[in-house]
Design a protein around this ligand. Sequence first.
Ligand code: DP6
Length: 335
Amino acid sequence: MKSSAIAHSNIALIKYWGRSLDHNANLNIPSNDSVSMTKYGLTRDMHLQTHTTIDFSDAYEEDTAILEGEVLIGREMERILRVVNPLRKYANIDCKFKMMSKNDFPTQAGLASSASGFAALAIAAVNALGIDFSKEEISTYARLGSGSATRSIHGGFVYWNKGNSHETSSAEQICGPDEFEMNAVIAITHEGTKDVTSDVGHESAHTSPFNEVRIKKSQEQAKEIRKAILNDDFSKVGKIAEENCKYMHAVMMTSNPPLFYWHPDTLKLIKSIQRMREDGLECYFTIDAGPNVHCLCRPEDTYELQKTLEKIECVNKTIRVRPADDSFVIKEHLF
Ligand code: DP6
């Protein structure tokens, strides 16, 4: 019972930040709907994707998960089990598994490996166990490993309905990768792991006096941005995404304890992006829980934007991305 899958990472346009306090925190049910673009890296050998193989067999004496050659233990293994255990139960199978996973990008580069990782795991496990689930159903199991992985099951532009139970907190596709024209250039100023994991942030978001406002605005913006995507309105999508990113970082900075993910270079990039826009290159920034900046642009401006970003002293590396296809099952196994 072996299966493999490839899943892509995603960039949130409307952010998930903070879990609903009405549910068990382990369910990762968010306090607001969110929207993202699933990313395909336009680099010859780096597409920002994870390849995962999982095998269930009586031959294994214990569950094992290996990421980039390292055997996972502690919290990392717990997160894998949060996805696999309920699926194993659903399939009524009690044998052990071996999982192996590798990213085609550096795991520590601040490029959100958990979204692609848990999406690939959920797809591979569902397929290996022979469960007949829709993509929406698979997305609810990816969510148990990492919230943002919920959205990485689909390609293109994706809407995660917060829902009010395990079954209803799932992601659906707004439109496919070729139906809305938007690319992004990732400007990397700092590689390395986050100082504070998103997990800690999801717990503390509600301590910010601005969080209630952010939740309310995010609900409205999620619906507005979905409409703007369907209307092919790049300017509106960019403006809403930038606003929503600022709301999330305002909440982070005003939580207890406060979370400052920005570095001075992050602010330098924000200023540069504002200047580029004034000079006629229409682009918008969005930033997740780290210092690196995603700059959203029209496809025809991608190269020019990359060249301009690369000239900025603090930028170490840039990666061009376009909307990815759906995540998928592949025949090629890692072991
Ligand atoms: C800021 O809980 O999905 O990227 O720690 O990588 O599992 P991991 O992150 P997750 O939180 C993501 C938070 C965010 C916004 C977003 O992707 O919506």
